[in-house]
Design a binder for this molecule. Structure first.
Ligand code: FAD
Length: 453
């Protein structure tokens, strides 16, 4: 299994990927299609055989960036066939009517709700269909020797050592490959937990139909807590409740069935009536953590990080997987450009992606506040309506932040500067307009006074 070790980068193409999650399995397909020999080591059993663990079946919103990467390996149609388009968000106030806000100015563009398990299964099937790709489940990476490009794996049959020309860590937010980077001089690493956690709840189908409009991502913005719901093909909705983990106003505070139902009746009354298994789900489903990871450099010797292992972000823009898929495209583009020379490709990939992943991490944190609080406010709605009108009038010259994040492949790092520049231009144009009408008015006044006088 092992290849000859050398400290010089090699272009022989024996690659090991750690983690067969979303990014690892897509990358295995991309490298397999280019003829690389790829071995993928995944710590869990094959999810296609075991299914998702309780409370871990969260569905994902996949948008233009993810679809662009999936398209490059011919998977878009298959993924879209397993997904449901959501053209807008539906706001649920505590009392009163639901309010629909379309995601794009023309109301035509949609993000797509797809089960994480189904997407992972599609990607695993696609990777396994490549003759040069092998996936080893129940192989947990315990250690990564960066100098020797060597992994120590825990398996049911005991410890195994494997070496390769290149190791790619796609082993998620708590990456074992990244842990080895942190022990090296010159590695910058930052990890920030939100005090918020998340819990999965369910709205089942009602009389075999969707209990809510399936063409929308549903949001219950409540300030200190927030719930969202995405539709599934079986006509249920997977809800995710975000709330602080501890304190009086938190997940921990609801420790009896009565407290759970009372809380939902008060804060989420319309949803509570649609959740027959609320108490059971709340009691038994785990509370997940929300962490942002920023680090650099993303490569050392011939080991490289990709996906959440390189940049975990909070899920409020629905971009973690989309950004990870974009990483895959960026890495293979760099390998293609360097004609298989990984020593050239890895820094080029990192230079492209680090700045963009830091930018999307900021966008995601910002969107949390927007979803939790602002979407309900009059000012927010007025600004959105104005921006949508400007986009309709000016086309590509004025694009909203949401459109650029979700419906374009504009580099994440260019989005905030462009939003600011557009707003400045509109402010200047408005100011000039006001001055021009002020001058016209003053001119009319002058001639009227002159006539009288
Ligand atoms: C609540 C929530 C909602 C989200 N919603 C969205 C969304 O709507 N849209 C979106 O784009 N993103 C979303 N995300 C983010 C998205 O889930 C991640 O960005 C994405 O899964 C990252 O893919 P990955 O392959 O890098 O990591 P993962 O999908 O986490 O895969 C890592 C894999 O590595 C394996 N592994 C870990 N350690 C080891 C080891 N030591 N040895 C071997 N294998 C190992 C794991 O078992 C796993 O299979 C959401 C995240 C959360 C938490």
């Amino acid at each position: 299994m092992s290849t000859t070790l050398s400290n010089q980068p090699s272009a022989t193409g024996d690659v090991v990927i750690v983690g067969a999650g979303l990014a690892g399995s897509l990358l295995a397909t991309m490298l397999g299609q280019r003829g690389y020999r790829v071995r993928v080591y995944e710590r869990r059993p094959d999810p296609r055989l075991t299914g998702a663990a309780r409370g871990r079946s969260i569905n994902l919103a996949i948008s233009t960036r993810g679809l662009t990467a999936l398209n490059s390996v011919g998977l878009t149609d298959e993924v879209l066939a397993r997904g449901l388009p959501m053209h807008g968000r539906m706001l649920h106030p505590v009392n009163g009517e639901q309010e629909y806000q379309s995601y794009s100015a023309d109301g035509q563009r949609a993000i797509n709700s797809i089960s994480r398990g189904e997407l992972n299964a599609l990607l695993l099937n696609s990777a396994e269909a490549q003759p040069s790709v092998e996936i080893f489940f129940q192989h947990r990476v315990e250690d990564c020797d960066i100098d020797q490009t060597q992994l120590t794996l825990g398996t049911d049959d005991g410890e195994k050592i494997v070496t390769a020309d290149v190791i790619i860590g796609t082993d998620g937010a708590y990456s074992a490959v990244r842990r080895a980077f942190t022990l090296r001089d010159g590695f910058n690493f930052e990890q920030d937990y939100l005090p918020y956690g998340y819990k999965e709840l369910t709205i089942p189908a009602k009389n075999s139909e969707f209990a809510l409009n399936p063409d929308a991502l549903h949001i219950w913005p409540r300030g200190s807590s927030m719930m969202i719901a995405l539709p599934n093909l079986d006509r249920s909705f997977t809800c995710t409740l975000f709330w602080p983990k501890s304190g009086d106003d938190s997940f921990a505070a609801l420790d009896t069935s009565v407290k759970i139902t009372d809380f939902f009746d008060e804060h989420y009354p319309d949803a509570a009536t649609l959740m027959p298994s609320l108490v059971d789900d709340y009691t038994h489903n785990p509370v997940g953590s929300l962490v942002t990871v920023r680090c650099s450099p993303w490569w050392m010797n011939r080991c490289v990080l990709l996906g959440d292992a390189a940049h975990a972000i909070v899920p409020f823009y629905g971009q973690g997987a989309n950004a990870s898929f974009e990483d895959c495209l960026s890495l293979v583009a760099a390998i293609d450009a360097a004609q298989g020379d990984w020593a050239m490709a890895m820094p080029a990939y990192a230079e492209d992606r680090v700045v963009n992943s830091n930018a999307v991490a900021d966008l995601a944190l910002h969107n949390f506040i927007e979803m939790r609080d602002s979407v309900n406010s009059r000012t927010y709605r007025a600004v959105r309506a104005t921006e949508n009108t400007l986009h309709r009038l000016l086309g590509e010259h004025y694009r909203t932040r949401y459109e650029m994040v979700s419906f374009s492949t504009t580099p994440y790092a260019s989005i905030e500067p462009r939003v600011r520049a557009q707003r400045r231009a509109v402010a200047i144009a408005t100011g000039l307009g006001l001055i021009a009408s002020g001058l016209t008015l003053a001119g009319r006044l002058r001639s009227r006074l002159a006539r009288r006088g």
